[in-house]
Design a protein around this ligand. Structure first.
Ligand SMILES: [Zn+2]
Length: 504
């Protein structure tokens, strides 16, 4: 049985999804869950890109042990030095350096010729080698590069010490058969290929990222780069859960395995969705809400008689909680803490206390507390980012014959401010008030509201997308009162924008 390495890039490529930015504390949460999931390598960030990225890589290196932590860098000295610095505390570190190899990129982006690119790549690998033995080289835009040139550069970087060579489909251009042939070509033509692991990194622009990755595995790739829920640049990356479950369910065909603890997949997926605010589509393979739902009568009948008639895997294989036991007013701290663990949150005692306080408040407003409610309150209360803006109080008056008016009291950088404003509706009034108080110039691109669980006492969850100065952020907030949830979401997004502005 071949063992395929899983290189998770949710924290680097995944975070490049428009609006999916995570703060450092959120990244630590994700990294800890990825460790539990059993990924082999975590790509924690691009240290030279921003102080926030540096800090994330550095803290993950310090706080998450027993796993390889990778930092991305261009093929430049200063990038590599910065990555090495960030990775210093890691038990096992990998420096991942890249340069483009396609003629399009050479001509228009790098303005370098092929020999110069090989020299830069070799120099970068040698430099990285001074800090760690574990060096990965990526030939950016490999699938639009000349195959023989790709063989040449692969041979040279392996000679220089690269232990993993990645052949990314950066622009999501290739198709399974072609990609498989390219991997096979490299396996056959590069004389020292046995000294390195071939890695693949596919984007989903044509919806082929997973198919391409799986074909490459068949042809000899030993590492797959992927993200939870397939998030990433543009149409995203290959989805980790789809690759892993394809290898597991069709083990007879692939004869390859991973070290993933599949029972942690669902939890990880929910965590990423909560933290990034990127909702998983209901019909998404493996982790979508409908992935195990049988609607047609004939199917239901079949599954009841014999599960395998219509089910190729079981929900519990990916860790969908079988107990739907709801918590309520009388649930104690211990039961609550246990549920948090089951849901994949690794929180400090202080954070658990904060979450438990909020849970008690919620249990007064709402009879049954579902897993989704707990997830919402944790992401709301505990994973909160350093707050420039805080909501203190909110009062809204509206009705069929009344002009909607909102009074909002906020703490802004420590100062309390209050204002009363009217608008076209209660939410509009609240948003106008917040805009006036904060002086924000951000534009609201999207406003989405949904009930997390059933019933009129359900938590309402609001997601907003704000844009300012080229930055797009998502904010979310939840509350049994949808106007309060709307205010929280808006303020959450403003805090994220404030954080972005600090970073750049
Ligand atoms: Zn990518």
């Amino acid at each position: 049985m071949r063992r395929i390495k899983i290189f998770d890039t949710t924290l680097r490529d995944g975070e490049q999804s428009p609006g999916a930015s995570m703060n450092v504390d959120e990244k630590i949460q994700v990294a800890k869950q990825l460790k539990k999931l059993g990924v082999d390598i975590i790509e924690a960030g691009f240290p030279i890109a921003s102080p926030g990225d540096f800090e994330a890589v550095n803290r993950i290196s310090k706080e998450v042990k027993g796993i390889v932590v990778a930092g991305l860098c261009r093929a430049r000295d200063e990038d590599i030095e910065r990555a090495a610095e960030a990775l210093k505390p890691a038990e096992q570190k990998r420096i991942h350096t890249f340069i483009a190899t396609s003629d399009i990129h050479l001509k228009y982006k790098l303005r370098m010729d092929r020999d110069q690119v090989i020299q830069a790549a070799v120099k970068a690998v040698k430099k990285a080698k001074q800090y760690t033995d574990d060096v990965e080289f990526s030939a950016e835009d490999a699938t639009r590069s000349d195959w023989d040139y790709l063989c040449k550069i692969t041979e040279e970087v392996i000679k220089a010490g690269a232990t993993t060579v990645n052949i990314p489909d950066t622009v999501g251009y290739t198709i399974p058969q072609e990609y498989g042939e390219l991997i096979e070509y490299l396996m056959n033509k590069v004389p020292n290929i046995d000294k390195a692991t071939i890695s693949v990194h596919c984007h989903n622009d044509l919806g082929l990222a997973v198919a391409n990755s799986l074909t490459a595995i068949l042809k000899g790739a030993g590492q797959v780069e992927c993200t939870i829920n397939g998030i990433g640049e543009r149409a995203g990356n290959a989805a980790l859960e789809e690759i892993v479950m394809a290898l597991k369910v069709r083990n007879d065909f692939f004869k390859a395995d991973t070290g993933i603890v599949t029972q942690e997949i669902y939890r990880t997926s929910r965590l990423i969705s909560k933290i990034t605010g990127m909702v998983v589509q209901a019909n998404k393979a493996i982790v979508g809400a409908n992935a195990f739902a049988h609607e047609a009568g004939i199917h239901q009948d079949g599954v009841l008689k014999e599960r395998t008639t219509y089910e190729i895997m079981r929900p519990e294989d990916i860790g969908i909680p079988s107990s739907k036991i709801v918590l309520g007013k009388h649930s104690g701290r211990h039961a609550f803490k246990k549920r948090l663990e089951e849901l994949g949150f690794s929180l400090t005692e202080e954070e658990i206390n904060r979450a438990f306080e909020r849970f008690k408040k919620l249990a007064d407003q709402k009879k049954y507390i579902f897993n989704e409610d707990i997830e919402a309150l944790v992401s709301d209360e505990v994973l909160r980012i350093a707050e420039v803006y805080q909501l203190i109080d909110l009062e809204v008056a509206s009705g069929t014959k009344k002009k909607p008016t909102a009074t909002v009291k906020m703490k802004i950088n420590g100062d309390e401010k209050e204002i009363t404003v009217s608008g076209d509706g209660p939410v509009d009034s609240v948003y106008r008030a917040i805009t006036e108080l904060t002086g924000s110039k951000a534009e609201l691109n999207k406003f989405e509201i949904k009930a997390i669980t059933g019933g009129t006492d359900a938590l309402g969850e609001v997601t907003v997308i704000l844009e300012e100065g080229g930055h797009t952020v998502r904010g979310h907030g939840s509350d049994t009162d949808i106007i309060v949830a709307s205010a929280k979401a808006y303020i959450n997004a403003l805090n994220k924008l404030a954080l972005k502005n600090l970073k750049t």
